[in-house]
Design a protein around this ligand. Structure first.
Ligand code: SF4
Length: 61
């Protein structure tokens, strides 16, 4: 499984980082980044992706 952030869509709102701070971080460039690949640390990853207001989190299974 791999997560991709669509940087064109992301507004840097920080919702994903609030939900899974070990996986997502909003950088100084104003968009979210996937900071680790151990996705086990985020139990509700699909929910976080669904909750993204811009639908910028893409989960490739
Ligand atoms: S929730 Fe979506 S729009 Fe907000 S920072 Fe995360 S990826 Fe970007």
């Amino acid at each position: 499984m791999k997560i991709v952030i669509d940087e064109e869509l992301c507004t840097g709102c920080g919702l994903c980082e609030d939900s899974c701070p070990k996986v997502f971080k909003v950088g100084e460039d104003g968009v979210a980044h996937v900071i680790i690949e151990n996705l086990e640390d985020c139990k509700n990853l699909e929910e976080v992706a669904e909750d993204c207001p811009m639908a910028a989190i893409i989960i490739n299974k």
